[in-house]
Design a protein around this ligand. Structure first.
Ligand SMILES: NC(=O)c1ccc[n+]([C@@H]2O[C@H](COP(=O)([O-])OP(=O)(O)OC[C@H]3O[C@@H](n4cnc5c(N)ncnc54)[C@H](O)[C@@H]3O)[C@@H](O)[C@H]2O)c1
Length: 261
């Protein structure tokens, strides 16, 4: 029996089959969860990718359009989930990040507020917005899990996305505080660099992917999202019943090192 048997889990962020969200959905299904996907910007594209999940081309999960910056999409989400047969959710996975090019890649000192605001809206505030949109269906408690990139350091090229992630870390702690009484846990997985669309769109990100395996004591494979997705699944499960406001590092151990050995 899988660790997510009987759980109903909403997974965002499935853009390609390299997306962290895709691997989370895959492992969630393998562990017994019933999965529903949300999609942005093209639900037809996500629906095509969804056919590659373990439930196969004949029984892919429902795909609902959701731009986390669109209030109408958020307001209608609970109703659309009910129509899709999900009248209860036990888990919500936030695998969403976006920053305009101007906010990344070494342009930190020149980035205008409008671009910073977009990054924070899409990548930080969206954790609260998504959670609140799903809350009417989380009637029996549950778990919210988001994807983080360790925001305790200033990284090369990550720039305003790093600031947005620092906000995400804080946001998850406040959500943990306010939703704990409803028995909803809120945690983040801080992953090392992975070869996804979001990562490729950051100019100069190779610098980080080259350095990571040299510093991480367990090594690091930028093509392997399995460890990250497993940690998300574990946090969605009943195996972390007293853990909330936490950040689990899935980075080969790099965060604990002072440099290459
Ligand atoms: N790839 C990495 O190196 C890495 C490392 C640590 C954390 N993360 C985080 O993992 C999460 C998933 O990213 P990924 O690496 O799988 O890349 P990805 O490009 O596959 O996924 C990013 C997702 O964000 C979604 N998105 C962007 N704007 C949105 C909006 N307005 N509404 C709804 N969805 C929106 C996109 O549709 C896409 O599905 C992000 O939060 C990212 O910051 C990535």
């Amino acid at each position: 029996m899988g660790i997510l048997e009987g759980k109903r889990v909403l997974v965002t962020g499935v853009l390609t089959d390299a997306s962290i969200g895709f691997h989370v959905a895959r492992i969630a299904q393998e562990q017994g969860a019933e999965v529903v996907l949300t999609a942005y910007p093209r639900p037809t594209l996500t629906a095509r990718i969804a056919k590659r999940l373990p439930t196969g081309p004949d029984a892919p999960p429902p795909v609902l359009e959701l731009d986390v910056m669109n209030p109408e999409h958020l307001d209608s989400l609970a109703g659309r989930l009910r129509e899709a047969g999900f009248d209860r959710l036990d888990g919500v996975v936030h695998a969403i990040g976006f920053a305009p090019q101007n906010a990344l890649g070494g342009n930190f000192l020149e980035t205008p507020w409008e671009d910073v605001a977009t990054a924070v809206h899409a990548s930080t505030y969206s954790l609260k917005a998504l959670t609140m949109a799903c809350l009417p269906l989380m009637t029996e408690g549950g778990a919210v899990v988001g994807l983080d990139f360790d925001a305790t350091k200033a990284w090369p090229v990550y720039d305003w996305m790093g600031v947005a992630k620092a906000g995400l870390e804080s946001c998850s702690r406040y959500l943990a505080k306010y939703l704990g009484p409803k028995n909803i846990r809120v945690n983040l997985v801080a992953a090392g660099p992975l070869a996804t669309m979001a990562a490729k769109s950051i100019p100069g990100f190779e610098g980080m992917t080259d350095m990571w395996p040299q510093v991480a004591p367990l090594g690091w494979d930028i093509k392997d999202s399995e460890p990250t997705a497993r940690a998300v699944a574990a946090l969605l499960s009943d195996w972390f019943p007293a853990t909330t406001g936490e950040i689990v590092h899935v980075d080969g151990g790099l965060h604990a090192m002072g440099g290459p050995s």
